[in-house]
Design a protein around this ligand. Sequence first.
Ligand code: FEO
Length: 396
Amino acid sequence: MHIPLREDVDWVGHLDWQVRDFHGYEAVRGTTYNAYLIRDERTALIDTVKGPYAAELLRKVARLTDPTGVDYIVCNHAEPDHSGALPEVIRAMPQATVLCDKRCRDALARHYDTGGWRFELVGSGDEISLGRRTLRFVETPMVHWPESMFTYVPEEKILFSMDAFGQHYCTSQRFDDQVPLPGLMSEAKAYYANIIMPFGKQVAQTLKKAAELEMEMIAPAHGVIWRSRGEEILGAYADWAAGRVSRKVVVVYDTMWESTAQMAEAIVEGAACAGAEALAMHVRRTSMTRIATEVLDAGAVAVGSSTLNRHVMPAAAAVLTYLEGLRPVGRAGLAFGSYGWGTGGPERVHEWLGRMNWELPEKPLKVQYRPTPETLDTCRRAGARLAHLAAERADR
Ligand code: FEO
């Protein structure tokens, strides 16, 4: 079913209720691939959907207009979740010209046989008239790929924002005011943490460009459309892009015989008693998606691992690899963990956190075999110090 945003501006995307693993991202509520059709003197399709859903997109378009008469297909982003349907869509829309920037055209040519496709290259500030409406383009490199672009329709005050402001959130509702706000913001936060976090500087530049536009709707490529809560999502993006954190201490750990788990819980207890929001996450019982989401606004993060074969336990190493790639900056950190006859786990975690340029005021916190009441007190005091470091960062 197509959904109107305005008269002759319709959502024609796909609801993916089934997906839970989106190239490693745990999409607990599924996702949507949003495409939009603008019917005017000339007709434009804004983006497509993932390849397997091309026929459904074309069915939705065909209920509104003859696909063979579509004039333009805007490709704001070449990633296959939005461009995968392009080959089939272009076969069904033989008159259509693909509007994208040069980087996008080159990326599409690496993915598909684009030999017979008609392209018109556009860049920031360029406009294409559809008749009563105009497509204006704003390049937004690295939000999320180098070729990413916004398309703005000034007459409707709608920004088609591609991945930015999206959520992996499948719902029968299409607008922000039709779903509970806490759940929506939680999905938007998870999406930012796991997809957009490495590109904070580019997001800040993009927000400046967006601030110049008069917007009544922000229509992203995933999730619901912002029409009532635009200020909330723009404000949240400004905070996340600036790396603003809260008085929160996140303790991430793996444990072999529960010694490191006891240390983790003592660190949490110490941090909470010192006034921080504090939580512990066992890496084999918590998805990396959720861990990254909690780290996004944590002022301090402790990472623990028991020593296994003089090394970090593999699931903890996987989380460290993931976090290193996402590049949360400016955190206070602490490495901790247990060991038996040979050490290595906490020390390797400490090295890893150092490579991430986190502030590590303390040596790795270690216990041999089992924590004693005294070592658990040491962990509580370390948790309290982390709470103070988180507060310092939150107050900056
Ligand atoms: Fe939803 Fe970067 O693609």
